[in-house]
Design a protein around this ligand. Structure first.
Ligand code: C2E
Ligand code: CA
Ligand code: CA
Length: 639
């Protein structure tokens, strides 16, 4: 009677709940965005096995309860199916782990052998014991008796394997996810233990539910931004992979708003509403990703959206209206899926590469040329990374070119600007526009600055040794160099090593918009000026200059950008404005240097506009630093 009681001690509540939850998950999956990754499909498989296990468990007990004599065979069959469903779930769970852990073949084979081995043995034993009458059996009086507890043996084997795998490869998982998986398993054991204590059987399937829910919550929740309906960037890679594997073409449009990016500002409400509404109003199955603050990417499958390009135009028109209203800066990049980029899953790098070179408030459609340029910049990046890693100040790939500067007062060339070039194997000569922004973005610029400083110092040493008059050579530094407190010491060490006076090296910097930079820059300039290094303000007249800030930084020389030289050419009034500006600097004891002096006319105008120094193609293009010999004069003593 005892045995019968156990088998009887079942209510359908647990299984009904499990089936209901499986349906709820099904509904949620159907109504939310999920990238159809391999792991997600495995997860769906688990849900199906779970539902079927609960269903077969229910049918099994229902049949037993309402059975009035007759054959027991259906009970035996359903019971084996029930067990098979639960163990299939276990098996898929193991496969799931193996996939997310991204294990080598070498590690996968033993794990999967154990899992499939246990699976086969358990199911076969269950069938054999049942058929032979040595296992689960219902006697003539209707009471159930059990043979060896095959189910528990299999359960323990699988749980041990799963715990082992998670523990062994825990370093490959985010620590909190490991805790999440184990935490939910602990709840399952607690239920199983208590159900055993009370001779209950209603919650066996439910104990399988928790670890599966853990997977859903930990690994497949693609958080929406509820306000805009955007999906986090991590899902983009999965989406690209899915489209590539299924050979599905798509369009994409990237919108970058630098203001919101830099300051992590919230988008205005109306814009959010538009972002929420537009994609679903115009496209079927489009997905909007939020790459980072102020950077959105819309992905639209080609299939089902025959009038996609037209709709994108409409979005852009609406955007124009918003732009007129809010006037925030933007960069828009759009294009069609490109096989090679999909395969490498590199859309974001491609887009960033294009954005690096495009002016704000423009739209760019991706061309084959862009992809070629991107591939080239990827090759350059490999080299940059290598230069950065080796940190060899004599690295032969980095060349110092120089542009001599005419000193108006003496009529001689005695200063110059150092300009970097790269000479890379297979790629040849690379100009700054192709590697400086890239190196800045990737954090490699600092090593390049040190290399060019070192090489410039060495060259100055040689020029001085040969008796050339070198007043100083200016080297370009970026804000990230100057933000680094170690820079002052590094710079003076580099100069010291070549035994030249500190005053032979100057630093050029461009104006920065941020207050934090202002303070850092001021500190750095003060420190370096203290040891005799002069400072140039580069590219004056290009950005929005903040005069108050400039006046508070102790620059020695203001470099008027070529755009001002060009502007002053247009009419008398413009010439007067630029001249007045230069005059004001001169009065305050700054020297004014005009950049981009290309012909005699430019030269004449600049001299009239308070120039102290002139630089430009009229005098020389950038030349290898040794060739400065052709411009600089030898001092009287050594002649
Ligand atoms: P920049 O500092 O404004 O350098 C002046 C640029 O104007 C140089 O281009 C130079 O070749 C060019 N130029 C000179 N004379 C004329 C002229 O008469 N007309 C015209 N249209 N252009 C002229 P380059 O060498 O391609 O350098 C471009 C930019 O790359 C530089 O602009 C600077 O911002 C950056 N750069 C170059 N070398 C370095 C470096 O060693 N470190 C860092 N951080 N940036 C560098
Ligand atoms: Ca410069
Ligand atoms: Ca400049």
């Amino acid at each position: 009677m005892g045995q019968k009681l156990y088998f009887d001690n079942y209510t359908a509540a647990g299984d009904i709940l499990v089936i209901a939850i499986c349906f709820v998950i099904g509904i949620l999956v159907a109504t939310s965005y999920n990238t159809r990754t391999k792991t997600f499909k495995l997860f769906l498989n688990m849900i199906i096995y779970l539902g079927l296990a609960a269903l077969s468990d229910m049918i099994l007990h229902d049949y037993y309860a309402h059975m009035a004599g007759g054959s027991y065979t259906p009970i035996y069959v359903i019971r084996v199916i029930y067990h098979a469903m639960l163990f299939s779930l276990f098996l898929v769970y193991v496969v799931y782990l193996v996939v997310i852990l991204n294990l080598d073949r070498r590690d996968v084979v033993p794990i999967m052998s154990v899992a499939t081995g246990v699976y086969a043995i358990i199911i076969l034993t269950d069938i054999i014991l049942t058929v032979s009458g040595k296992g689960f059996r219902i006697g003539d009086d209707g009471t159930a008796s059990y043979g060896p507890n095959v189910f528990m043996a299999g359960y323990i084997a699988f749980v041990s394997l799963i715990v082992f795998v998670i523990l062994k490869y825990r370093d490959k998982l985010y620590r909190k996810s490991v805790l999440g998986l184990f935490g939910t398993m602990a709840v399952s054991f607690f239920i199983l233990y208590n159900q055993g204590r009370h001779g209950q059987a209603a919650f066996t399937v439910a104990t399988f539910l928790f670890p599966v829910l853990a997977i859903m919550y930990l690994l497949h929740s693609n958080p929406y931004n509820v306000e805009t309906g955007t999906i986090s960037a991590s899902a983009l890679k999965d989406a690209v992979r899915y489209h590539y594997e299924k050979k599905l073409e798509f369009y994409f449009m990237s919108m970058y708003l630098p203001d919101f990016h830099a300051e992590a500002k919230e988008l205005p409400e109306e814009i959010k509403a538009e972002i929420r509404r537009f994609p679903s109003a115009h496209f079927r199955k489009s997905v909007l990703f939020e790459i980072s603050n102020g950077h959105l990417l819309l992905m639209v499958p080609k299939k089902g959206n025959p009038r996609c390009e037209e709709s994108i135009r409409k979005i852009l028109e609406a955007f124009e209206v918003d732009y007129e209203k809010y006037r925030f800066d933007y960069k828009i990049v759009m294009g069609k899926s490109i096989d090679d980029i999909s395969r490498r899953n590199e859309y974001l790098s491609l887009i960033r590469n294009i954005m690096r070179h495009m002016p704000v408030n423009t739209l760019h459609e991706i061309t084959d040329e862009d992809v070629k340029a991107f591939d080239r910049s990827e090759d350059i990046l490999v080299q940059l990374e290598d230069i950065y890693r080796k940190e060899d100040l004599n690295d032969e790939r980095v060349l110092v070119y120089c542009q001599p500067v005419l000193n108006i007062k003496t009529g001689k060339y005695d200063t110059a600007e150092a300009l970097m070039r790269l000479k890379l194997p297979e790629l040849g000569m690379i100009f700054p526009d192709q590697f400086i922004p890239l190196a800045e973005d990737m954090g490699f610029i600092h090593v390049l600055t040190k290399i060019i400083l070192h090489k410039t110092c060495d060259a100055v040493k040689d020029l001085l040794a040969e008796g050339y008059e070198v007043k100083r050579i200016s080297v370009n530094a970026t804000m990230s160099d100057l933000r680094d407190e170690a820079f002052a010491k590094e710079l003076s060490d580099i100069i010291e090593e070549s035994y030249i006076p500190n005053s032979k090296i100057a630093i050029e910097v461009t104006e920065s918009q941020s207050d934090r930079d202002f303070n850092d820059l001021k500190e750095m300039i003060d420190k370096l000026k203290g040891i005799g290094i002069k400072f140039y303000l580069d590219d004056f007249g290009t950005g929005y200059s903040n005069m108050e800030r400039i006046m508070n930084l102790p620059f020695d020389i203001i470099k008027f950008d070529r755009s001002l030289v060009i502007a002053s050419q247009s009419d008398k009034r413009s010439e007067e404005i630029v001249g007045k500006l230069a005059g004001m600097f001169a009065e305050l004891h700054y020297s004014v240097l005009y950049e981009g002096v290309e012909d005699e006319e430019d030269e004449k105008r600049c001299i009239n506009m308070h120039a102290s120094y002139l630089q430009g193609y009229k005098y020389s293009k950038p030349i290898p630093i040794e060739d400065l010999k052709n411009f600089f004069s030898k001092s009287a003593v050594s002649q």
